[in-house]
Design a binder for this molecule. Sequence first.
Ligand SMILES: *Cc1c(COP(=O)(O)O)cnc(C)c1O
Length: 350
Amino acid sequence: MTLDGTLQLLRPNIRNLKPYSSARDEYKGTDAIFLDANENPFNPPYNRYPDPHHTRLRQRLSEIKGVPASQIFVGNGSDEPIDLIVRCFCTPGRDEVLMPYPTYGMYEVAAETNDVAVKKVLLTDDFQLDTKAMLAAAGANTKVLFLCSPNNPTGNLMKQADVMQLLKDFKGIVVLDEAYIDFAGSESFISKLQDFPNLVVLQTLSKAWGLAGLRLGMAFAHTDIIRVLYRVKYPYNLNVLTQQAGLKALEKPEQTAEWVVALTEGRRKLIDRLQSISVQKVFPSDANFVLVRLANARKAYEYLTERKIITRDRSSVALCSDSLRITVGTEEENDALLKELGAFLNMDLA
Ligand SMILES: *Cc1c(COP(=O)(O)O)cnc(C)c1O
């Protein structure tokens, strides 16, 4: 899609929106006497409103990701850009979003909360995109396509050629959620942003960076889309503490790299050992979790929970019957899981 075509997809009221201008929008320096925002002069640094433009965070992210800061949005988890994209592009009661299933549940929740209809197309048996069916399902009011790669809860990367085809042929915004990309050993689609003005890549500090509690999600897209997200978001969506702690973590990418090595190695071992305790199937994973099929997943889930090992029962999800989603933990945590799950499986056989 062309940039013009992409921006035509915006809701008309959003295209014409004049954003709230906060006191901090007008004077951008830090070294001054601030009598503009009705702040309390005592109790620094929390007496001051946070930077609504996330200037330092985006500068640092720009260095790490190799994308201009103007192409980066930072929000309150990935949840915020997911919701903003639905609100900016979809007129309630009229427009719709498209997604494969099974996938991450937040896309559907964001759409339904906004009275935006959801069209879903089943993944293939090997959890890949049915591109033909997806394109056939898209209509004139299908504004946003959500893709997740590596996908949650199945754990696999989507084939790059399929994502490329959808990027070329879908006439709307393509949101590609790369929450787990650091564990995948495959290149991010951030490198394709120049070619596709309708592409929005989502990433997060919640997984590889170990900061789920901080709530810091990112969207990478064309400058014009990012500008719209900044106009629509709450002015102070990231508080002072979050911005400070995020910056501090981003100074140590080598720590994250170390964790990623440990977790991908942990995943390899976990998969091997799950296979050796004869679960029915361990699905291949490009993420920090594995999907496992067992004879009686619900019983296994309950058995593990009684022993204070909490997994996610995905048995009710399409294509995931009798399957648990298990996050890769520390070596000790993985050992404990394997011990108890092994005991359960032996008991069942007896
Ligand atoms: C965990 C996860 C996220 C991260 O969400 P945050 O709101 O950034 O914590 C995003 N997408 C998917 C598919 C996930 O599984």
